[in-house]
Design a protein around this ligand. Sequence first.
Ligand SMILES: Cc1cc2nc3c(=O)[nH]c(=O)nc-3n(C[C@H](O)[C@H](O)[C@H](O)COP(=O)(O)O)c2cc1C
Ligand code: SF4
Length: 717
Amino acid sequence: MPHHAPDLTPLLSPGRIGPVQLDNRVVMSAMDMNLSIDGVIEEEDVEHFVSRARGGTGMIITGCCSVGYPAGSTSTKEPGLSSDHFIPGLKALADGVHAGGSKLCVQMVHHGKVARIDTVSDRPLQVASVPEGAYDMSALADNTPTELGKMGAVTGGKKPTYHEVTHDDIAEITGQYVSAARRVREAGADAVEIHCAHGYLLSGFLTRADNRRTDRYGGSLENRARFACEVIAAVKEAVGDDLAVLVRVSGREFGEEGGLSTNEAVQAAQLFQAAGADAIDVTGWGRNPFRNFTDGPLPDRLGAFVDLAGAVKEAVRIPVVTVGRVLPEIGAAAIAAGKADFVAMGRQLLADPDLVNKLRAGTPERVRPCINCYVCVQENFWDDVPVCAVNPALGNEGAAPLTLAKAPVSKKVVVVGAGPSGLEVARIATQRGHRVTVVDKTDRLGGTLWFSALTTPANYPLLEWLRTETARLGVDIRLSTEATPALIAELAPDAVVIATGAVRERPAIPGGDLPHVHTGDTMRALMTGVGDTSGQAWYLRLAGRLGKLTGLTKTPARVAALTRRILPVGKDVVVIGGSLVGLELAEFLAERGRNVTLLHDEQQLGLPMALPRRWTAVRHAKEAGVTIHRHARAVRITEHAVEFDEAVTGKRGEVLDTKRSSAPASMVIMAAGVSPAAPLAQRFGEMVPEVHVVGDAGSVDYIQGAIHTAWKVASAL
Ligand SMILES: Cc1cc2nc3c(=O)[nH]c(=O)nc-3n(C[C@H](O)[C@H](O)[C@H](O)COP(=O)(O)O)c2cc1C
Ligand code: SF4
């Protein structure tokens, strides 16, 4: 099939926001890094942003900076804007970003009802109206005590109290915004972004559900937008055209009644324009973070808010920014279609700081893709520095050059296993001047990554990227090739890297060896027709058919689509083990009309998934109709059922009793019992000078573990 490269010209053409001229239309969306100390921007923070500036990004927006620091702040690790002693840090950042060839916009925030530092300091949270009722927090059932402890520690375990801001408070906070903007100007930055979204103070005024006031700041939309408009006008008056003034607003709030509607957002944007805004940055927000976080602000849908931006753009003259999993081709198309003028990228720029340079060079395929795993943002729940599953240099920019530095001697390296860790080792080792051969006994690249893409399509671009990069670098990849001692002896490498993945066991219970009981390995064989299908029965014929089809196409997306029509799986399925793989498989099969029971021997499902994604995955599984049993242990498998013991728990989760139950099963999938194993390490240890183990073979930590261990090993080879 001929490959038509998307036209990215709209994205790469210059643009203007108020007084600021940008080289291109890609803006780095605000993301807090929690690297400041007591409100002061530190060197690591500067490096983080500067590397994105050097990467060609048109403008960098900082994470939230607090206008009243420490009052109204959510963390002591967020930059403060409330005193002149914060200016040198800001200036270092502005200078660095300018030297890197980009522009700097500082996001100005009062966190309102999420100002955790106010709670820590026994100050009431500043709000439009005291919240009525609490969120549905049932999702926390899938959090570990450690995670809950870390979240609680951020507020010192204290309960929030609230204060409805008075007119004097409004005047004072408006003044804080103005002083903050003046400091930003003094530091030499180019723009400010006034945060009027994500539930913070100004957005709490804007949203009907959070504002029940009867004064001139409550009631009609015009009244609810008044506080934000006063801030915009005062800031604009103070800084004139020295700074561009962007305003961030939700194009829609998701999840609960009374959230901001798109109609209201459009009207608000018009009022903001009239008040002096130079651009509107249209985000989206799920009102209950425990339920809707993956609707917004971090959507799991590609280009999720483009149409919301489009609605705003129709109603205003000033530039509009869109955000939310905007891939380059989606952003270019949105601009071409007149739905946005600029594209903000968040996570994609965490995953690859050099995105714009790679687009400019005509090599979009070289952009390391964000896989929407939410590992980065999880750290924000407890105020830690984001880490990126696919880019170990995030928050540690010095790690990236190590993956490019030429090794003192060029070694012959054999990598066993063409999964994510093996391919990543091969990529980096080759860059560093080693001669690398990868062998894999299966007929396809990707190992577990390939299979994970069946249920998690966002993983597939990472495999495509690893495939493209290893091909570009000329890595010698030998598929359908087993790493036998004879082969190792023949290749005579200086170093062997074992990247063979985890092992999956059959359940050691009566009936565990019945032919309708599958492990991850036999499931793979069923889906693809490749691998060990010995001992399987009637559905193997179907599997063979599916296997042939998938063998032809070889993309997980195609297989996932095919399995909506043909799936070699009976009607009643019991999945044993509700960790990452089990939970996703259960949802996958339930969506395909199977009656799925999920047995999980612990409380928390989906533990290896980062927080917001875990909550969403559990919700999706439930919505797809999966019957979930927690604290449930399979004790016997028969031809038609799985018998299990389920704990009867008390109010605080204590086990009171167990009860024996049974679930119908024409197929059983064993998704527990995954463990690391690297038997080849020992076997080859005697044959080669250096043996390393990476990825799940060493420790089952999925994609993040695969990529991070690969960097460590390959940078030191
Ligand atoms: C680690 C992290 C921190 C974030 N911090 C902020 C923030 O400080 N202010 C803000 O307005 N949005 C914040 N966001 C939201 C992003 O600006 C962006 O709107 C969102 O991630 C969706 O874009 P994306 O899909 O390109 O990541 C954060 C996102 C991430 C991943
Ligand atoms: S951690 Fe995951 S979601 Fe966050 S930027 Fe990296 S790949 Fe994307």
